[in-house]
Design a protein around this ligand. Structure first.
Ligand code: CUA
Length: 158
């Protein structure tokens, strides 16, 4: 059997399809490698039932680690963040370190790139520099139960 006849319009659509796929992969590549939107890395683990008795999560808090750097150790639980209020000077880089003792939660700070998934059994880390002053909301953006909409905190960048 020789080559099947392919109408010109068919070839054009095939080219458009191939080009769309190419554009999609380029966009995906830019997001993944250029903007660092990767699945949570550093998969350190912790037993969910041991969260409240294991350092540093037994005493979650914000600590200054350098001239412009902070470490925020936080517990996301039904239905609050501990601590639920953080305050830092503008220009600070915050290294977040979170876990959950119960179900999957999220930590999302609108108007920033902070969008973290908090999975019981795992320690999720994320680093972000706050270049703009503001009174930011910290929201849970993974449905975690009846009090999900009440689960929020505050971040003051002064
Ligand atoms: Cu925690 Cu929704």
């Amino acid at each position: 059997m020789s080559h099947a006849y392919m109408p010109r319009s068919e070839k054009i659509w095939l080219a458009i399809g191939g080009f769309s796929l190419f554009v999609f992969l380029v966009v995906l590549g830019i997001l993944a490698f250029g903007m660092g939107m990767n699945p949570p890395g550093h998969m350190r683990t912790i037993a969910p039932e041991a969260v409240h008795t294991t350092s540093p999560f037994q005493e979650p808090k914000l600590v200054q680690t350098g001239p412009n750097t902070y470490k925020a150790t936080m517990v996301a639980q039904m239905f609050s963040f501990v601590p639920n209020e953080l305050s830092i000077p503008v220009g600070s880089t915050v290294h977040f370190e979170l876990t959950s003792p119960d179900v999957v939660h999220g930590l999302f700070i609108p108007n920033t790139n902070v969008n973290i998934m908090v999975i019981p059994g795992h320690i999720t880390e994320f680093t972000y520099t706050f270049h703009s002053k503001g009174d930011y909301l910290i929201l849970c953006h993974e449905y975690c139960g009846a009090g999900h909409h009440l689960m929020m905190g505050r971040l003051l960048v002064q």
